[in-house]
Design a protein around this ligand. Sequence first.
Ligand SMILES: Nc1ncnc2c1ncn2[C@@H]1O[C@H](COP(=O)(O)OP(=O)(O)OC[C@H]2O[C@@H]([n+]3cccc(C(=O)O)c3)[C@H](O)[C@@H]2O)[C@@H](O)[C@H]1O
Ligand SMILES: Nc1ncnc2c1ncn2[C@@H]1O[C@H](COP(=O)(O)OP(=O)(O)OP(=O)(O)O)[C@@H](O)[C@H]1O
Ligand SMILES: [Mg+2]
Length: 244
Amino acid sequence: MQNKVDDLVKWLKDQVSEANVNGLVVGISGGIDSAVVANLIKRALPNHSIGVMMPCKSNPDDLKYANQVATAANIDHITIDLTETHEKLFTTVTNVLDQHDVHNVEKDKLADANLRARLRMSTLYTVATNHNYLVVGTDNAAEWYTGYFTKFGDGGIDLAPIINLTKGEVREMAKFLNVPDAVITKQPSAGLWEGQTDETEMGTTYAMIDSFLRGETIPEQDRQIIEAMHQRSAHKREGIKVPN
Ligand SMILES: Nc1ncnc2c1ncn2[C@@H]1O[C@H](COP(=O)(O)OP(=O)(O)OC[C@H]2O[C@@H]([n+]3cccc(C(=O)O)c3)[C@H](O)[C@@H]2O)[C@@H](O)[C@H]1O
Ligand SMILES: Nc1ncnc2c1ncn2[C@@H]1O[C@H](COP(=O)(O)OP(=O)(O)OP(=O)(O)O)[C@@H](O)[C@H]1O
Ligand SMILES: [Mg+2]
């Protein structure tokens, strides 16, 4: 594990040198993926790394866990509350859609959720521009394969250091990096609506996705869910489509 961590830390340092920037920024949610990335960027650039907590109508426990993560990693951190900004923008858009009688309320929950992720992305780039830093993402191999992220939201990043790690490998790395136990053991959640958990929304488990990614045989129903998510999200991995 020490070697894996050292390799990723070196990779991050190399990216900073090649891009000719001053440092790295990550959003710290209180979840395990961002906890690992916060530790990696702190090791790579001890004096030029920053974590940003961005509550947005979030469960207060998230911020509590995020602070535990930042303290354990000894990384500089700031909190920027996006609740009012989100409320203002979302109601402005939906009010105008209402006025034009083109508002599909069935899509509100997903649109509201994805706006939270995109406001976080905009916030991280505002900090990154201010410091001449790169924005570091937290997508792991399971999320990347299934497309379980918001396009240009948490998927809107410059570097993706843990993209080749399964969720199980992220958990092992978190233990090695002394991420607080409570963060390692709690249910993964995008925190985009009350009570959301990744596994309930996806209809399969990270253990299943990890197993599938290792080439193992998994139950047919899980395989179909994973393949369907992969196909539906191909556009997120391929980049912007352009004419020939
Ligand atoms: N074929 C195509 N070619 C090019 N673009 C295409 C497209 N199909 C849709 N699109 C575009 O993509 C959009 C849909 O993609 P997107 O906006 O990402 O939205 P979508 O994939 O529908 O939703 C994001 C999912 O990721 C989950 N999530 C989000 C953020 C964080 C986490 C987490 O684990 O923390 C999880 C969230 O709960 C939700 O299930 C469409 O609105 C459209 O603009
Ligand atoms: N409240 C938040 N404050 C700061 N960043 C956030 C917040 N919510 C989400 N993010 C950012 O979006 C990323 C994607 O969220 P995701 O839930 O996949 O990861 P996680 O919360 O770190 O881990 P877990 O899968 O255990 O929930 C986070 O890693 C983090 O960088
Ligand atoms: Mg989370």
